[in-house]
Design a protein around this ligand. Structure first.
Ligand code: GUN
Length: 290
């Protein structure tokens, strides 16, 4: 069994990006600049945004963190987005999700200039993805594609079962892996909560991508020998033995599934660290305007 090491791979990608940025600076060009908008003080969101800002520093990007109170109105947030859209010094920005309930998430995402939408959530960018046009691919599916590519996992003609149809992970993942591209050309089944007899599908899969958000959902009886397992889950499970009071658990029962898998992503340290590297890659693309 080979571990698909997201920490090591993301470190390598960040190093590659840092080298490009260093050359930019040598040529007196301004480095890429990422802004992040955080509304409220959700613990996980603050951790993620903090990690994104830190990663910017590491590769030599400029970053701006805009923290707004939980009570921020939709109107104020839209004004903030407009300001970022028209600020020529900002190459790309993200609005960290989830947003407070009183704000319409779709309305906010649609207000972001698609050319600055480094999360790849805007309908224009999702549309471009479905048409095989150059675009910002959202960080999690982009990170998984990069892991498959860098570990030279064969995907052409393989059967991939994606569990979960979310807009951020499952849906784009199913599109990417079916495309004519590196780590693509696969036959893709997208499974979800209404799927009948999921086990019979996952048992046929060469690659399983578990992105449903249920801790340790995928068990060893559900996968065939030598399958490639990608675990997108990151649920915080209460654990008094941990200093933080919780531990991070994936959607895969790692202990049993890893005994059968040819390759598997650990949680933590698999897909998670890749997402930040891919956000940086998108920001670099935004700076270079593709
Ligand atoms: N919340 C969880 N993941 C993400 C992400 O990739 N981007 C944004 N903006 N919010 C998130």
């Amino acid at each position: 069994m080979i571990l698909l090491d997201g920490r090591q791979t993301s470190a390598k990608i960040k190093q590659e990006i840092a080298e490009v940025v260093s050359k930019m600076k040598q040529q007196n060009n301004r480095p890429p600049h990422l802004a992040a908008v955080l509304v409220g003080s959700d613990g996980a969101s603050m951790t993620y945004v903090g990690a994104k800002v830190k990663a910017c520093e590491l590769v030599g990007f400029k970053s701006t963190l805009i923290k707004l109170p939980q009570s921020t109105t939709e109107e104020i947030l839209l004004e903030q987005i407009e300001a970022l859209n028209s600020n020529a010094e900002i190459d790309g920005f993200i609005v960290q999700l989830p947003l407070p309930k009183h704000i319409d998430e779709n309305k906010i995402l649609m207000a972001i200039d698609p050319n600055k939408d480094v999360d790849g959530f805007h309908p224009v960018n999702v549309g471009r993805l479905t048409l095989d046009l150059p675009t910002f691919i959202s960080a999690t599916p982009f990170g998984i594609m990069e892991l498959l590519e860098r570990y030279a996992i064969p995907t052409s003609g393989k059967h991939v079962v994606v569990i979960g149809r979310s807009h951020i992970v499952g849906r784009p993942m199913s599109i990417l892996m079916s495309q004519k591209r590196k780590a693509g050309n696969a036959t893709v089944t997208i499974a979800h909560s209404r799927t009948k007899d999921l086990k019979s599908l996952t048992q046929q899969a060469d690659i399983v991508i578990a992105a449903l958000g249920i801790p340790e959902f995928l068990t060893s009886d559900m996968v065939k020998d030598n399958a490639v397992i990608i675990d997108v889950g990151i649920t915080r499970v209460p654990d008094d033995a941990k200093k933080k009071g919780y531990r991070i658990v994936g959607d895969v029962d790692f202990k049993s599934v890893s005994k059968k898998a040819s390759h598997i992503t650990p949680v933590p340290g698999g897909v998670g660290p890749m997402t930040i590297a891919m956000l940086l890659k998108n920001t670099l693309m935004a700076r270079e305007k593709f």
